[in-house]
Design a protein around this ligand. Structure first.
Ligand code: FES
Length: 113
């Protein structure tokens, strides 16, 4: 695994989500991070229902009742697990990118992008 820097840890709100555009070679990969206390997990910002991005506007996510809500059709994902618990893709999950917290920084495995 080759890890690359994604964000300062405090860029991901506790109980919420943050979005990132990570430049990889000639492409940009949209990612999101979900955080609950000290646990942070990173996923591709692609909904398993219809492959849409999950945010309502760039970098703005809907969080309701402790879940991340897809802005397109309302699927609800656990925070920080990324598992769909309600909506049109219930039972599916966001596609995770291996990540590590190193001190106050969040790093992701570039091989999984
Ligand atoms: S694309 Fe997310 S619920 Fe449809």
């Amino acid at each position: 695994m080759t890890f690359i820097f994604l964000s300062a840890l405090d860029g991901v709100p506790d109980g919420g989500a943050a979005g990132f555009e990570l430049a990889v070679e000639d492409d940009t990969v949209p990612l999101l991070a979900l955080r609950a206390c000290d646990t942070v997990r990173v996923f591709h910002n692609v909904c398993p229902h219809a492959a849409r991005r999950l945010e309502v506007a760039p970098g703005r996510f809907i969080v309701d009742a402790g879940t991340l809500v897809c802005a397109a059709h309302g699927a609800c994902f656990t925070i920080p697990g990324g598992d769909c618990v309600a909506g049109p893709c219930r039972g599916q999950s966001l596609r995770e990118v291996p990540s590590e917290v190193r001190g106050d920084q969040l790093w992701v495995d570039s091989a999984a992008l």
